[in-house]
Design a binder for this molecule. Structure first.
Ligand code: SF4
Length: 375
């Protein structure tokens, strides 16, 4: 089992909070897709013994691609990899790209899941975030996708925005629920370094929400979506039964994957490596047959840390039997030494061999994980 991630590093404009690797120079798109297809061929042996269970077009904004770009990528993937007939194939899309004609085109491609960057249903918030769509466009885009037959739809939402009240957040959640979609990812706004949002924070033009308000919004998110039948399967992810994201879950479960395109990461169980974060350098490396990349070996301490970080954030938790067999005895003892207080305070719970966060533990997941990590 393995996955393929394809990074599409183009956006029509940049959102105020975004620090992803992406470019607004879409003129490079044809050359980029050409290079991406060469990379697919160059790396075909990396997963030659694996069936591809998930393919994910992420960005950037994959919905900036044209039909012939997708066709070329799919054709190259299919002629170089073994794709499972039931593979989950996702595209991230922005609402303003999802015209009826564009969705018709997407339906003719082998895509079976769409993840729409809605972020908010409040027009003031969308303007503040420099998103190009408004609330109605977001709603229409989801409805068009449903009418055209997409039956596995996810949306992204953001909370903890400056000036966002609990009422606005509740209203966003209610509008999301009314759309009858299968999956929601909801992230707290982060003030990333070198973004316009960060400059506004530093100059005092925006003020972050306080911690109590953030926690209340998170609580509201969990209770609203649970009442609506969503399963809270990862700290930021909620799915209706049968619609957990297979691709993201495979990251959390340590499945092999390759990442294509600049800045994309790959993982083979022992090593992690990533392509250079520059479109010209990426294209040059690929055309020379030598992808420009950096690599890191994952030693046992790093593996242990990743095992904790990824496992504890999910409803599957971590299996202490696996902890014992996969890692040296000292890691197992280390875990229980530092986890003891969280068991005593009922932030962590153990059921047979499975350790998961309790409901109250979810609210301090980052603190718990960093306490249990080996530094
Ligand atoms: S659309 Fe996504 S990737 Fe592009 S600038 Fe906005 S947040 Fe960043």
């Amino acid at each position: 089992m393995a996955g393929i991630y394809i990074h599409i590093p183009f956006c029509k404009s940049r959102c105020i909070y975004c620090d992803y690797f992406t470019s607004i120079y879409e003129v490079e798109m044809d050359q980029y897709v050409h290079s991406c297809c060469i990379e697919i061929k160059l790396r075909k042996t990396e997963l030659s013994h694996n069936k591809i269970k998930t393919i994910y077009f992420g960005g950037g904004t994959p919905s900036r691609l044209h039909r012939f770009h997708f066709e070329k990528i799919f054709e190259t993937i299919h002629s170089n990899y073994k794709i499972d007939s039931q593979a989950e194939i996702t595209i991230e899309a922005n609402p303003d790209d999802l015209s009826q004609g564009y969705i018709d085109m997407l339906r003719e491609l082998p895509l079976n899941r769409i993840s729409i960057g809605v972020q908010s249903f409040d027009d003031h918030e969308l303007q503040f975030l420099s998103r190009r769509h408004n609330s109605q466009t977001a709603i229409d885009s989801v409805k068009y996708c449903q009418e055209k037959g997409f039956d596995n739809i996810s949306i992204d939402l953001m909370y903890g925005l400056p000036n966002q009240t609990l009422e606005i957040w509740q209203s966003n959640l209610d509008k999301a629920r009314q759309l009858n979609i299968q999956h929601i990812s909801a992230y707290h706004l982060i003030y990333e370094d070198k973004t316009r949002l960060y400059s506004l924070l530093k100059s005092g033009e925006v003020k972050p929400v306080d911690e109590d308000c953030s926690l209340e919004m998170f609580e509201m998110l969990i209770s609203t979506l649970k009442k609506d039948g969503f399963i809270h399967y990862e700290v930021s992810n909620f799915a209706k039964d049968g619609f957990v994201s297979q691709h993201n879950s495979s990251y959390w479960k340590g499945v092999k994957y390759i990442g294509l395109g600049p800045s994309a990461h790959s993982f083979d169980g022992e090593h992690r490596w990533w392509n250079v974060s520059s479109i010209p350098k990426y294209i040059k490396g690929i055309s020379n047959g030598k992808p420009d990349l950096e690599k890191e070996d994952i030693d046992l301490a790093k593996k242990y840390n990743e095992f904790l970080i990824t496992g504890l954030r999910t409803m599957w938790g971590i299996d202490v039997d696996v902890l014992k067999t996969k890692f040296e005895n000292d890691k197992y003892e280390y875990f229980f030494k530092y986890a003891e207080k969280y068991f005593n305070l009922n932030y962590l719970v153990i059921d047979k061999t499975k350790v998961t966060l309790s409901h109250k533990g979810i609210f301090i997941v980052d603190g718990i994980v960093s306490d249990l990590m080996i530094v």
